[in-house]
Design a protein around this ligand. Structure first.
Ligand code: C2E
Ligand code: CA
Ligand code: CA
Ligand code: CA
Length: 275
């Protein structure tokens, strides 16, 4: 038994070492990408359920030269503090792309970007944002900031005040991954958000038979608070039909489209997804 314990200990150390090595690899990849223009954005359409056209997009970060998911590298970026610089790159790229589309006559209404808690709490986050919007000449209402509930639940850095400042600047705020934590409902009454994004896991769980009322109620609640609703991770026709019936505003998911390149995004400009 003692030997087994010893083996286990050794094994555990190996695994830890492997994880550590992997983390350092990812960190190095991120530093290289910052140095050598190694990031790119993909744009996932958000279809307006009433019109069938694309209203806006979520910008999703990718590494050009490595097949590493943001679900893996974003946490490393957060831990190492690289998220600040990477996040700034994301804002600049998304805002300038949106401004370019606008100048070219593409009438997209908004671009959503993900902002991680650490980034949001940066001393001068709002100032940086404002500066980029001015430099790129994009009216603030075209930008939607996606924040997660961990931000909302953390009251130490006066995050409510930060969000209120952002609202004053004129950008839109969406509450991302809604339904993955708990006590989700109560904070809707005091966080000044414009929209909630129903998480994939919630949709998968409740859009099945008999439970759709849960989603219907959330949509009704959001609407009663003057919030819009985007459903995320929608992969099937059945899910989409139920959301349409429940009055959901926007759909984002593989059923309509995966995240697209700039060129692909321009190609679907006039596409009606409901025809
Ligand atoms: P998220 O913000 O919840 O983004 C939605 C994720 O779901 C994206 O994964 C998207 O590609 C994926 N998705 C969309 N529709 C479907 C669907 O129908 N089925 C399935 N299975 N998946 C779908 P992605 O691009 O891999 O991003 C993962 C996460 O990484 C994001 O989750 C977000 O938390 C983070 N992330 C991505 N880009 C950025 C960024 O620029 N900054 C920060 N801070 N985080 C980012
Ligand atoms: Ca998001
Ligand atoms: Ca999400
Ligand atoms: Ca997520």
């Amino acid at each position: 038994a003692k030997d087994a314990g010893k083996n286990k200990y050794v094994f555990f150390n190996h695994e830890m070492a492997a994880q550590l090595k992997n983390k350092i690899d990812v960190e190095n990849i991120l530093r290289e990408a910052l140095r050598e223009d190694g990031f790119t954005l993909m744009y996932q359409p958000q279809v307006n359920i009433k019109t069938g056209y694309v209203d806006g997009f979520e910008a999703l970060l990718r590494l050009k030269n490595y097949n590493v998911s943001p679900a893996v590298f974003i946490p490393v970026a957060e831990e190492t503090g690289l998220i600040k610089e990477i996040g700034k790159w994301v804002i600049r790229e998304a805002v300038s792309q949106m401004a370019r589309w606008k100048a070219q006559g593409f009438d997209f209404k908004r671009i959503g970007i993900n902002v991680s808690p650490k980034q949001l709490k940066e001393e001068n986050f709002t100032a940086i944002l404002q500066e980029i919007l001015l430099e790129e000449n994009l009216p603030p209402e075209y930008l939607e900031i996606e924040i997660t509930e961990s931000v909302v639940l953390d009251k130490t850095n006066d995050t409510i005040a930060i969000i209120e400042n952002l609202k004053r600047l004129g950008v839109q705020i969406a509450l991302d991954d809604f339904g993955t934590g708990y006590s989700s409902l109560s904070y809707l009454t005091f966080i000044p958000v414009d929209k909630i994004k129903l998480d994939k896991s919630l949709n998968d769980k409740f859009l099945g038979d008999g439970k759709v009322k849960v989603i219907d109620s959330l949509i009704a609640l959001a609407h009663s608070l003057n919030l819009k609703v985007t459903a995320e991770g929608i992969e099937g026709m059945e899910q989409y039909k139920k959301l349409q019936k429940g009055g959901c505003d926007f759909i984002q998911g593989y059923f309509f489209s995966r995240p697209l390149t700039v060129q692909e995004t321009e190609n679907i400009y006039n596409k009606n997804f409901l025809q």
